[in-house]
Design a protein around this ligand. Structure first.
Ligand code: ADP
Length: 474
C-alpha cells in the first residue's frame, strides 16, 4: 500500500480549494473596485466631456450659442471656455464658470497653448487629468471647424475629486469586508469540506475494513449517487468475497475429504487383499477400481478447472452429427449404469443435426450433466435424454426425477465450488466444479443453456447449439 501521509486528505484539499477560491474573488473585487475604478471613471468622464464638446461645436454655428454654453455647463457641471482661432490668433468667445476650484480660469497663456497643441497633435481631442494642490480636475480640449467654417477650440474643466474620495472610502470598507469574508469563507469552507468529504471518508473506511474481511454498510444522511453506488459495489464485493472465501475453504475441506476417503479405501482393501487370500475377490477388486476411478475423475475436474482458469483451453471446430454423439454417450451410460438400476431413455428428432463444435468438449458437457443426473436422481434412477431440432438449433435435454434444486440455489449452481446445501453427503461425489466447467465450455461455444428444477421433483438441464449445413452443401 502507498504511504498515505504524502497525500493530503480530501477534507483539507477541499478546504484549501474553497478558501483559495474566495481569496481569488476578494482579490478580483479589490482589483475592480480600487485599481480599475479611477480608470473606468476617467473613461466615462472623457466620453461625457467629448459628447458635450461635440454638442458645443454644433451650437457654436447657431444663434443661441451663449445660452447653449450656459445650459451645457450647468447640466454637466463643467466650466467652459470657447475660443475661435483666426490667423493663429485665438479669441475667447464664450465662458462659463461653475465652481471656484476650476483650473481653466486660472491658467496662463502658455499652458492653454500647450493644451491646444496637444489637442491638435492628438487629432482634435485631448484629455488631461491635472493635479494642483489638493484638487484634481479633468481637462478636455476639443479643436475643430464648425458648420460656419470657423476653427473652434473648446476647453472643458470638471472635477474628479469624488472618485478619489470614493476609492478611498471603498478601500477602507473593502479592507474590513475582506477580513470578514476571509474569516467567513474559512469557516464555511471548513463546514462544507467536512460535509462533502464525510461520505468519501466513510466509504474509504469501509473499504479498508473490507480488506480486513469486515464490511458493514451504514446509512448516512449525506450521500451522493456515486457514493451510494460505490458503497453498494463494496457491499456486493464484500458479499462475493466472503462467499468465495467460504466456498474456497469448503473446497479445501471437500478436496481433502474427497481425496482421503478413496485413498483410505484403496489402502484398506489393498492391505486386506494382500494379507488374506480369500479376500482377493472380483468384488473387492471392483471397489479398488471404483475408488481409483472416483479419484481420477476428481483429478480430471481439477485439471480442467486449472486449464480454464489459465485460459489454455482452446476450442476445436469440428463438424459432426450431434445426435450421433449423444446417442453414443447414452449407450455408454446404459452399459455402465444399468446394472445399478438406472434407466436411460433417449429420444431424438428426425433430421440432420450437424453442429460445428469441439467434439471432446461436447462429450465432457454431456457427461458432466449426465453424471449429475445419475448422482442426484434419488430413488427413481430414471434419466431421460432428448435431442430436439428447433429453430435452427439442436437442443440437448437431460431430465432426472430426483432430489431437485431449491429455487434460491438455482442461480448459484453454475459457480465454481458451489454445492447445494442438501448434497453434502459422502455418498454424493462432487467437487462443485462440474457445472462450472459445463458453463465455461458452453460459453466458449456461445451456446444457450439453462436449468429448471423443483425440489423433490427433479431437474432438467438443457443447452442449444446452432445447426450448420454440411460442408459440401454450398
Ligand atoms: P458437483 O461436483 O457437486 O456435482 P456441480 O458443479 O456438478 O458439482 O453441481 C453443483 C451443484 O448443483 C451440486 O452440488 C448439486 O447440488 C447441484 N446439482 C447439479 N445437478 C443436479 C441435479 N441434476 N439435480 C439436483 N442437483 C443438482
Amino acid at each position: 500500500m502507498r504511504p498515505d501521509n504524502k497525500k493530503i486528505p480530501i477534507k483539507w484539499f477541499l478546504f484549501a480549494a474553497f478558501v483559495g477560491l474566495s481569496t481569488v474573488f476578494i482579490l478580483l473585487l479589490w482589483l475592480f473596485q480600487v485599481f480599475f475604478l479611477p480608470a473606468f471613471y476617467d473613461g466615462l468622464m472623457q466620453v461625457r466631456a467629448g459628447n458635450a464638446a461635440e454638442e458645443l461645436l454644433v451650437a457654436s454655428a447657431e444663434e443661441d450659442f451663449t445660452e447653449k454654453v450656459q445650459e451645457i455647463g450647468e447640466r454637466e457641471h463643467f466650466c467652459v471656455n470657447v475660443y475661435t482661432v483666426t490667423d493663429k490668433v485665438a479669441t475667447q468667445v464664450q465662458s462659463t464658470h461653475m465652481g471656484h476650484a476650476c483650473f481653466l480660469h486660472r491658467m496662463g497663456t502658455e499652458e492653454i497653448t500647450r493644451l491646444y497643441e496637444s489637442a491638435i497633435s492628438n487629432g482634435g481631442e485631448y484629455h488631461e487629468r491635472m493635479k494642483k494642490d489638493e484638487d484634481t480636475r479633468l481637462l478636455t480640449i476639443h479643436a475643430e471647424y464648425n458648420a460656419n467654417g470657423e476653427q473652434i477650440v473648446i476647453f472643458l474643466d470638471n472635477a474628479v475629486e469624488p472618485v478619489v474620495a470614493t476609492t478611498e472610502i471603498l478601500r477602507v470598507e473593502l479592507r474590513a469586508i475582506s477580513v470578514f469574508m476571509l474569516l467567513l469563507s474559512a469557516v464555511l469552507s471548513f463546514i462544507l469540506a467536512d460535509y462533502i468529504s464525510h461520505p468519501i471518508e466513510r466509504v474509504n473506511k469501509q473499504a479498508k475494513m473490507l480488506a480486513e474481511g469486515k464490511y458493514e454498510a451504514e446509512d448516512s444522511t449525506v450521500n451522493y449517487r456515486e457514493i451510494v453506488e460505490l458503497s453498494d459495489t463494496l457491499a456486493n464485493a464484500a458479499d462475493e468475497l466472503s462467499r468465495v472465501d467460504r466456498l474456497q475453504k469448503e473446497l479445501v475441506a471437500n478436496i481433502s475429504h474427497d481425496l482421503r476417503t478413496p485413498l483410505t479405501m484403496i489402502v484398506g482393501y489393498g492391505e486386506v487383499m494382500r494379507d488374506i487370500k480369500e479376500e482377493n475377490t472380483p468384488e473387492n477388486m471392483q471397489v479398488l477400481i471404483d475408488e481409483a476411478l472416483r479419484l481420477s475423475s476428481f483429478v480430471d475436474d481439477l485439471l480442467e478447472l486449472s486449464k480454464i482458469q489459465s485460459g489454455s483451453r482452446e476450442k476445436k471446430e469440428e463438424i459432426f452429427s450431434f445426435n450421433d454423439e449423444i446417442e453414443q454417450i447414452v449407450t455408454r451410460y446404459r452399459h455402465l449404469k444399468e446394472h445399478d438400476g438406472f434407466t436411460f431413455s433417449y429420444e431424438a428428432d428426425e433430421g440432420e443435426s450437424l453442429v460445428s463444435a469441439d467434439k471432446g468438449m461436447i462429450w465432457q458437457i454431456a457427461c458432466n450433466l449426465l453424471n449429475n443426473a445419475v448422482h442426484y436422481s434419488g430413488e427413481s434412477r430414471e434419466i431421460a435424454v432428448k435431442c430436439k431440432l428447433l429453430n435452427g438449433e439442436v437442443r440437448f435435454e437431460v431430465r432426472d426425477y430426483g432430489i431437485g434444486i431449491a429455487e434460491e440455489e438455482l442461480p448459484h449452481i453454475w459457480e465454481r465450488y458451489y454445492r447445494a446445501k442438501q448434497n453434502h453427503r459422502r455418498t454424493v461425489r462432487g467437487s462443485g466444479l462440474g457445472l462450472f466447467i459445463v458453463r465455461e465450455l458452453l460459453e466458449l461455444h456461445n451456446a444457450r443453456y439453462g436449468v429448471s428444477s423443483r425440489l423433490g421433483e427433479g431437474t432438467l438441464f438443457w443447452f442449444a447449439l446452432p445447426l450448420v449445413l454440411p460442408p459440401d452443401a454450398e
